[in-house]
Design a protein around this ligand. Sequence first.
Ligand SMILES: [Fe+2]
Length: 241
Amino acid sequence: MSERQVIIGTNRTGAQMSPEGTARQLEATRMFPADVPGDMSAYTAERERAIREADLIGSVPAPGSAKGVVKTALDKTIGKAPEVLLDKLGERLAFERTGVRLYEAMVAKATSAPGANPALVDTLRQIQAEELEHMNLVREAIETLGADPTAMTPCADMVGVKAMGVLQVLTDPRTTVSQSMSAILTIELEDNAAWELLIELARAGGHPLIAKRFEHALQQEETHLATVRQFIRDDLLAQVS
Ligand SMILES: [Fe+2]
């Protein structure tokens, strides 16, 4: 796609556009100081106090407590510190589920953009299908450990909050394909690092069969990342050539 996605227009956000307005803005900061007195160290001290007093975000349900779970032959042993692995599995499940939705938003963007690129839409659909496969892979792993995949673990909660910015970029009707793909890049970079870590964690926790199954997902994530990076590069270079 070589359609220009950046335009020159009447952008007045720079301070140099209005020296008089900038002087008035500086005066206003003196007239109306922040309502929390002090400098940055006061904020840090306040944050430290809040951290000491806060509870954790949540907990991991006791492994093996899920009702009606059909145990598979896969890694039946509960493993070492299963709550650590279960928390991260819950995170991956939440992330991959969100990933399917993020790609759906990306497809809408790619389909309706000026100079829509059908090849990009096909690629996005394929990646989306793989994110869904990964979600089911994680669900099965959680069930294998006798846990409930519908339980929201603390890291699952955290990862949902983390993805909110990406979701906002993708669902904002004004963002371009380039901008949206850069949001997708954030997701794929994290996906790669996270699967790598999850494999190591599963192995260390005494679940070599789960780790083995996850390796395929990591390979697919590596391809996702390479594909997204290549698209972003080609798209931007086409706009300047
Ligand atoms: Fe991915």
